[in-house]
Design a binder for this molecule. Structure first.
Ligand SMILES: Cc1ncc(COP(=O)(O)O)c(C=O)c1O
Length: 359
C-alpha cells in the first residue's frame, strides 16, 4: 500500500470547522435546546401532510428546478422567476454565492462576529476573509466595512439581524453603505431572521434589491418557518447572479420533501407567523427579565439574545446546562441563547439569575 496521501487543496488547511449547536441532553431531567435558533414548534398539520405524501415517492429524484416552490415565491415577492434560486438551506446558497464570485486573490468582507459559516465558505473558495469588527454596541460598522473595500473585493455579507448578536442595521445607514459599494461588488443581505423583525426602520432587503443589481437577498425556511431539518433556502437576485447560482447548485440538492414542506408552509403562513408573533412576545419577556436581573442585553430583532460574557462564557453555559437548557457559547466572547418555548425560557432565566447571584 502506498504511503502517500491524496493531495488536497492547501486552502483547506486551518479552516475552522462549523460547530453545530449542542443537542439537548437525553436521559436527564428536562432538557431544552436553545443553541441553534430553531423554531420550537412542531410542523403545522398541513405541512406534515404534504411531507408525508411526498415521502411516498422518494425513490424518485426531486424536481431539480424546484418549479412549484419558485412559482410560489415569485408570486409572493413579486419578483421574476429568473431572479430566484434555491439551495440546501441558505448556507448552501451562501456558499454558492461565494463560489460564483470569489476565488484565490479575491476578498470577501463581513462583520465579525457574525454567522460562523462566512469565514469557512470564504476559505474553501480560496478567497481572503476581511472580517470587520462590530461596533462596541455589537452592531455592523458599515462605514468601516465600506472603508475595507478594495479592488479585490468581490462579495460583502451584511447579516441583518446579525447572528449571534441579534442587532440590526437600519434603512438610512444601509442605503448610505450601498451607495458606497461599487456596482461590480455583490452585497448579500442575509435575512435568515427577517420574520422576527419588529423595528419598522429595518428595511426589507427585497425592496433594496429591486433598484440595485448588485444586491442579493438570502432567506431561509429554517428559522421562522420551522423547517431547519429539511434544508431549503433561497436567494432573490438579478438575473446574472441568480443564473450563476443555478450553475453552482448541487444537482437535486433540495429534496422533494423540502420543496413540498416549503410550499405548504407558505400557504399556512398566517398560522406560522402567529407562532412567530408568540416568539417575539417571549423575546420581549426574556430581554426585559434579563435586564431586570442587571444584564446588559443588546436590542435583538431575531429569535435569540446575546450576552457578552467574555471570560465567563464557558461557566455561564455550564450553569445553563445544569439547569436544563443548552445554549451556544462562543468561548471568550459571549453566549447566544435562542428564544424557545415558555418553559425553556423560564429555565434559562432562572439559570441566568442564579449565575448573577453567584458573581
Ligand atoms: C445568519 C444566518 N444565515 C444563514 C443561516 C443558515 O441557515 P439555513 O442553512 O438553515 O438556511 C443561519 C443559520 O444559523 C444564519 O444564522
Amino acid at each position: 500500500m502506498s504511503e502517500t496521501n491524496p493531495k488536497l487543496r492547501a486552502e483547506l488547511e486551518g479552516i475552522p470547522t462549523y460547530k453545530p449547536g449542542k443537542p439537548a441532553a437525553t436521559g436527564g431531567p428536562v432538557a431544552y435546546k436553545l443553541s441553534s435558533n430553531e423554531n420550537p414548534y412542531p410542523p403545522l398539520p398541513g405541512v406534515l401532510e404534504s411531507v408525508t405524501a411526498a415521502a411516498c415517492a422518494f425513490n424518485r429524484y426531486p424536481d431539480m428546478a424546484c418549479t412549484g416552490l419558485v412559482n410560489e415565491l415569485s408570486d409572493r415577492f413579486g419578483v421574476p422567476l429568473a431572479h430566484l434560486a434555491t439551495g440546501t438551506g441558505s448556507v448552501g446558497v451562501a456558499q454558492q454565492l461565494v463560489q460564483a464570485t470569489s476565488g484565490p486573490g479575491d476578498e470577501v468582507i463581513y462583520a465579525w462576529r457574525s454567522f460562523e459559516a462566512y469565514p469557512i465558505i470564504t476559505q474553501i473558495s480560496g478567497a481572503r476573509s476581511v472580517p470587520v469588527p462590530l461596533t462596541p454596541g455589537d452592531v455592523h460598522d458599515l462605514d468601516a466595512m465600506a472603508d475595507a473595500i478594495t479592488d479585490r473585493t468581490r462579495l460583502i455579507f451584511v447579516c441583518n439581524p446579525n447572528n449571534p448578536t441579534g442587532t440590526v442595521v437600519r434603512r438610512a445607514e444601509l442605503e448610505r453603505f450601498l451607495d458606497r459599494v461599487p456596482g461590480d461588488v455583490l452585497v448579500v443581505l442575509d435575512e435568515a431572521y427577517r420574520e422576527f423583525i419588529r423595528d419598522a426602520e429595518v428595511p426589507d432587503g427585497v425592496e433594496l434589491y429591486r433598484e440595485r443589481p448588485n444586491v442579493c437577498v438570502l432567506r431561509t425556511f429554517s428559522k421562522a418557518y420551522g423547517l431547519a431539518g429539511l434544508r431549503v433556502g433561497f436567494a432573490i437576485a438579478h438575473e446574472p447572479v441568480a443564473a450563476a447560482l443555478r450553475k453552482t447548485a448541487v444537482p437535486f440538492g433540495v429534496s422533494q420533501l423540502a420543496q413540498e414542506a416549503a410550499i405548504a408552509s407558505l400557504r399556512a403562513e398566517d398560522e406560522l407567523l402567529g407562532r412567530v408573533g408568540s416568539l417575539v412576545c417571549e423575546r420581549t419577556r426574556v430581554v426585559d427579565a434579563l435586564r431586570g436581573q442587571g444584564w446588559t442585553v443588546p436590542e435583538t430583532q431575531a429569535n435569540f439574545v446575546w450576552l457578552r460574557l467574555g471570560e465567563r462564557t464557558a461557566a455561564f453555559a455550564q450553569t445553563c446546562e445544569e439547569h436544563g437548557v443548552v445554549v451556544r457559547p462562543f468561548p471568550g466572547e459571549g453566549v447566544r441563547v435562542t428564544v424557545g418555548e415558555t418553559e425553556a425560557n423560564d429555565i434559562f432565566l432562572k439559570a441566568a439569575e442564579a449565575f448573577r447571584g453567584a458573581l
